[in-house]
Design a protein around this ligand. Structure first.
Ligand code: 2CP
Length: 705
């Protein structure tokens, strides 16, 4: 009998096979993975349902109850979104998840002049309790669990939901669901905040206080790594910053005198799931392990307080505009990672989400992806089926270890509120995003159909378009009716009480529920608090130097640098571009990537603040005497806001300033935008170096192809 081969025997054989080639792979997380893992690399993760919950928070997990199929949706009016929800529930969806439009997110009623291009676009427009009632018409709020993605205008939205429930005959104790209510990550990456950090943190504690006393089935927060993931964070960054955010919320609620075990069982989480399959599975297992340790350290006694329960969404940025049916495959792989990682609830993206809102067709395929996994594959039969895999266990432990290092750094700074204020997490994530973009542009990270195997000709797919003007007109009429039919004095008194409460220590949610009962609108409730808290504004601060070093020896990059030099010599100054974010769309990853890369190319880049009106963009562009404006749009406002900017430029006699557009823009809209005067359009998957080359051509430089 021969001896059992050892790991050294394997190494010798592997070296022979690979002819000494190094087969370890660098991960964006800053560590390497080896081609083989063995028992020597891993340890026993324990059992599901028991601390530290690495293998799942329930003993039986999906064998006892499958994850909730919860598709995030909402567009145009409450009527249309309600009809969409009901069709989806009949077709197998299990929970609801509401997407609000950006006007609602930022606390503006639909008739506010700043939100002309945003109403009803990237979600449903909600201005009043009536809108909320229509949204849930014939959907019983005592049995349906409803998630609402709301952070900025979280107080009026939750108040409307509570009052809509009351008027359906459902008491707050019966309401089940989740409110996102995670403001720290808004300041870091998502940008739909309204108030500055300190009052925003107070609002969160008020909500935790109110829901723990009155809404025992309602998850008071969804602490979200998803948006960090989408902004380009590595798995380690997503884990560390999300868990650190959670720790901050717990500490701040405890400081108001709440008992940790009275509210911690209703804290929930939300992670993004990308294409690094095993990394993503390990990430969810690591997240549960980390949360257990954090909550144990903070003194939680109840086991429930230490369980990390999470929703997941497949990655939006992994979706591509090119060859879009590949997105179905990507979403399936990501959904498998989420479920093998033990998520409680899941949204699977629609294949057209990189370019537009889902259609009924693409929404069906997305939902069916989960139904097929749940009902055809056997994934639900066994708890944590990858538990004990040497690689998965080693990866889980490595992620825990690395995330703890980063969390310690946050602790040294003084916790997440201070860290966010210092800009550290945002900066780290932007560095990771720029590094990832470079790997994609150089085809080191392969994206099938984009930087490899690209189709010679793309077929257009049908997309959904919302008639923003129609939605806004309808909402304005409904707002008028609401204001005319309410008891004005009672409404104003409730709003005044809210402002007074903001000045003292009133519970903002309890006071807003009173105002909602008196038919105060979302904008009015938000303004009543804004009087005391103020409105927070910010300008993106892109990182520099990453592209320069990544492309040091690249020929095309060198041509672009030469081009920029030539234009500079001609103009007697650097060519200047402004990166503009108009409307209430706060997605700034793309704008930051462009600003970073163009700065490194030698352009002078002016980054406009978020949430500009076209008029404000015009003024800033003229003031800085820019040569071109790049308008970044990821929330469907492009057909309204960009043409308006071009008209304003013409009106100011500056039609010579070139306008290009980038972001989530359906190809169907390209002709419309070109006719409006847009001179370059760059969708997802565009190569930033080529964008630079194009810009030089627009500025009159004879750029080689
Ligand atoms: C679960 N249950 C079980 C078992 N599994 N009971 C016995 N045996 C089992 N095996 C119980 C649970 O304890 C729970 O009851 C109930 O069944 C429901 O299960 P759950 O696992 O809690 O699922 P859920 O109700 O769907 O809740 C999941 C989450 C929740 C994660 C806790 O917070 C959630 O739904 N989040 C969704 C967030 C979301 O949709 N976000 C949208 C983001 P108890 O409750 O009594 O314990 S989209 C965002 C976009 C991209 C954006 O932000 O911009």
């Amino acid at each position: 009998m021969t001896d059992k081969p050892t790991v050294s025997d394997w190494q010798a054989l592997a070296d022979k096979e690979s002819k000494g080639r190094d087969l370890t792979k660098d991960m964006p997380e800053g560590f390497q993975v080896k081609p083989l893992y063995t028992a020597e690399d891993s340890s026993d993760p324990g059992l599901p349902g028991f601390a530290p919950f690495t293998r799942g928070v329930k003993a039986t997990m999906y064998a006892g109850r499958p994850w909730t199929i919860r598709q995030y949706a909402g567009f145009s009016t409450a009527e249309e979104s309600n009809a969409f929800y009901r069709r989806n529930l009949e077709a197998g969806q299990k929970g609801l998840s509401v997407a609000f439009d950006l006007a609602t997110h930022r606390g503006y009623d639909s008739d506010h002049p700043r939100v002309v291009g945003d109403v009803g676009k990237a979600g449903v427009a909600i201005d009043t309790v009536e809108d909320m009632q229509i949204l849930f018409d014939q959907i019983p709020l005592d049995t349906m669990s409803v998630s609402m993605t709301m952070n900025g205008a979280v107080i009026p939205v939750l108040a409307f939901y509570i009052v809509a429930g009351e008027e359906q005959g459902v008491s707050p104790e019966q309401l089940s669901g989740t409110i996102q209510n995670d403001i720290l990550k808004e300041f870091m990456v998502r940008n739909t905040y309204i108030y500055p950090p300190a009052p925003s943190m107070r609002i969160i504690s008020d909500i935790i206080g109110y829901t723990s006393a009155n809404m025992p089935k309602f998850n008071s927060i969804s602490i979200s790594g998803y948006h960090m993931h989408e902004a380009g964070a590595t798995a380690v960054q997503e884990l560390a910053f999300t868990i650190a955010d959670g720790k901050e919320y717990v500490k701040s609620a405890m400081e108001t005198g709440l008992d940790i075990d009275a509210f911690a069982g209703r804290l929930s989480f939300f992670f993004g799931i990308g294409m690094n399959f095993f990394m993503e599975i390990a990430k969810l297992r690591a997240a549960r392990t980390l949360w257990y340790k954090v909550m144990d350290d903070l003194g939680a006694k109840s086991e429930r307080s230490k369980m990390l329960r999470t929703h997941c969404q497949t990655s939006g940025v992994s979706l591509q505009e090119q060859d879009p049916y590949n997105n179905v495959i990507r979403t399936t792989v990501e959904a498998m990672a989420a479920t093998l990682g033990g998520t409680q609830s899941l949204h699977t993206n629609a294949l057209d989400e990189a370019i537009a809102l889902p259609t009924d067709f693409s929404a069906r395929i997305a939902r069916n992806t989960q139904l097929v996994l749940q009902e055809e594959t056997g994934i639900t039969n066994v708890v944590d089926p990858l538990g004990g895999s040497y690689y998965i266990e080693a990866l889980t432990a490595k992620l825990v270890e690395e995330a703890e290092v980063l969390m310690a750094e946050v602790d040294t700074l003084g916790g997440m509120t201070i860290a966010v204020d210092s800009g550290m997490p945002k900066q780290r994530i932007e560095e990771a995003a720029a590094a990832k973009q470079t790997r994609i542009d150089k085809a080191e990270d392969v994206i099938v159909g984009v930087n490899k195997y690209r189709l010679a000709e793309e077929e257009q797919i049908e997309t959904l378009e919302v008639d923003n003007h129609k939605v806004r007109t309808g909402q304005i009429a409904r707002l008028k009716k609401n204001r005319e039919s309410r008891d004005e004095a009672a409404c104003q008194a409730a709003l005044k009480a809210l402002t007074e409460g903001a000045k003292s220590d009133g519970n903002m949610l309890a006071l807003a529920v009173d105002a909602a009962r008196q038919r105060a609108t979302l904008g009015e409730i938000s303004s009543a608090m804004e009087e005391v808290f103020g409105r927070y504004d910010t300008t993106p601060k892109p990182v520099t130097g990453i592209y320069k070093s990544a492309y040091e020896f690249d020929k095309r990059w060198a041509q672009v640098l030469e081009g920029v030099d030539a234009v500079e010599r001609r103009l007697g100054r650097k060519p200047k571009i402004m990166v503009a974010k108009m409307g209430q769309d706060g997605h700034d990853r793309g704008a930051n990537v462009i600003a970073s890369a163009f700065t490194d190319m030698g352009f002078e880049v002016i980054s406009g603040p978020l949430f500009q009106t076209p008029d404000e963009t015009l003024k800033m562009a003229l003031e800085h005497e820019v040569d071109a404006i790049g308008a970044s749009s990821l929330a469907a406002g492009h057909k309204t806001l960009i043409p308006e900017l071009i008209d304003l430029l013409k009106g100011a006699g500056r039609a010579d300033i070139k306008v290009v557009a980038g972001g989530v823009i359906p190809p169907q809209d390209y002709d419309f935008l070109r006719e409006a005067g847009v001179q370059g359009i760059y969708g997802p998957g565009s190569n930033v170096v080529e964008c630079g080359a194009d810009m030089l051509r627009l500025l009159g430089h004879n750029m080689p192809p």
